[in-house]
Design a protein around this ligand. Structure first.
Ligand code: GRF
Length: 211
């Protein structure tokens, strides 16, 4: 396959980019065309540059509203006409218009067993609730924050002596294994969002896949 035939993917980050690195390292048969960060000091920017991927920084603080930031972000993304937009530790709430523009072609990884613990501090919340099990989910992005149809989940045990950091590290290992596969499935037409829900290999999922 030449570059033109491969599915184009744009990845949005805000932080260290360990999931981005996992996607790079997986050596998928895709065209990773750009990484965009809303933070100039995001470690993921260097990871992308090292891998020879185009990078952009769009500082949300320089915009007067979510709408204007999202419009500028979409303008950059659309230069690449990606088949898939990946939110990989992208810590911004997105406007409805933006989300609708990428309906069915934007996925997010979230460090909890959704629908539990949407939003922030998921690991501490799981510990505080006394959960025996925790994990991560990959889902299609819809207007509801962390609420779109779930594709797959990875489960990890919560140990008695865990703090948020040790638990996050255990979850991250699973994120790094699972997320590149989901990107690969989507880019090779094995995964799609239909009006009935998530389809994998032509079959509608009645519950999220388990990693
Ligand atoms: C990950 O747990 C991801 O799920 C979350 O941000 C964390 C950091 O990710 N939303 P990364 O190292 O920047 O990929």
């Amino acid at each position: 396959m030449n570059q033109q035939e491969k599915a184009s993917v744009v990845i949005l980050i805000s932080g260290g980019g360990s999931n981005l690195q996992a996607i790079i390292d997986a050596g998928l048969d895709i065209n990773l065309c750009a990484v965009i960060s809303n933070k100039a000091d995001a470690g993921g920017i260097q990871k992308a540059q090292k891998a020879g991927i185009a990078t952009h920084v769009l500082n949300h603080k320089e915009f007067s509203s979510r709408e204007t930031f999202d419009a500028a972000l979409a303008e950059i993304i659309d230069q690449y006409s990606p088949q898939l937009v990946v939110l990989s530790g992208f810590m911004r709430i997105l406007t409805e218009n933006f989300v609708r523009h990428y309906a069915g072609k934007m996925i997010n990884i979230h460090p909890s067993l959704l629908p539990k613990y949407q939003g922030l501090n998921t690991h501490q919340r799981a510990i505080d609730a006394g959960d025996k099990e925790h994990g991560a989910s990959v889902h299609f992005v819809t207007e509801e924050l962390d609420g779109g149809p779930i594709i797959i989940q990875a489960h990890v045990p919560v140990n008695q002596d865990d703090d948020a950091e040790t638990l996050a590290a255990r979850v991250l290992v699973q994120e790094h294994a699972m997320f590149p596969s989901v990107v690969d499935w989507f880019c090779h037409q094995r995964l799609q969002l239909t009006s009935s829900g998530v389809e994998f290999d032509g079959t509608l999922l009645d519950k999220p896949k388990q990693w």
